[in-house]
Design a protein around this ligand. Sequence first.
Ligand SMILES: [Ca+2]
Length: 343
Amino acid sequence: MGIQMQSRKKVVGSTAVVAGLLLSLLSATNAQAAATVVLTVNGVTITSATSSSTPAIVSVPSDNTVDAADAVRFSLTGVDAGSTVSVATTNALIVSTLSTTLNPIRSNSGVVSASYNVGTGTTSDFYAYTKSTALGTVTITNSGSTFTYYLKGSAGPAYTLAYSPPATPYTSTISKQSATVSDVFGNKIVGVTPLLSLINLTSTSPTATNADGVSEFTITYPSTKGQSALSISIGATDVLGLQAAVKSVTSFITVVDPADALEAEKAARAADKAAADVALAAEKAARAADKAAADVALAAEKAARAADKAAVDKRIATLSAQIASLKNLYNKLARKYKQKTIN
Ligand SMILES: [Ca+2]
């Protein structure tokens, strides 16, 4: 019995040692294990998104909800228990769930960096979406491994029309003009043909928008001056919670006779000259007044100096007369007492 117990103890002891070894081996393996990342868009697996030339394509959330087709789902498995999955994006936003009726995820949702601690689990799930047709990146780091993925949005429907007409075009001129069409997030839209509605104008048909969202047309202004009007429009539907669509731009145009414009320009230049002449005359008058004031001051100064000189001259004459009289008296006495006289 004693022997049996002893051998049992030994077995238990060696099992513990093996288990300990296995655990340390496992944890050593785990420390170097890279998680597996699977990307899907609307349930379809995407394998090309590690290259910037073949990014995952998602629709932008132009309906103001981030749905399955609008986001790349990142599903991580084999993540070290207790480790943190860190995500950072450029030109993209991270959300942890997709939109549902009860919990709508709007197009202003999301963050550009996030951390998820897997706790006792080994999986992590999140989504990235973008509002831009420009390239975006999603960088995931976990347990010393870094994964970089690329995504791009496909533009939403036409939402915003931009057009600036010349305010005062000339009669009988032909002018190439353009309008720009973009989606609700400002992404340019290809292949949209705006509609023109004209009063007292003629035009070529607008072209379908090019890759820069630009449609072009040529307006011919009437041969006589007066009022014309142009309205350009696109089909667009307002989306609840987003700014209103700019569906049309209407402009009232004053078509100007170039001869009238030249006359107006001449009159404006003549008015400029008249104003300059007035200013010059005022300046001249001011300088003349300055000179007159300076002359008066100088004359006063001269008179003051002349008065000073006269006073001094008078004093000298008085003193000279007194000296002469004293000399006279002295010489009289000198002669009486046989002394030398002075001159
Ligand atoms: Ca959506």
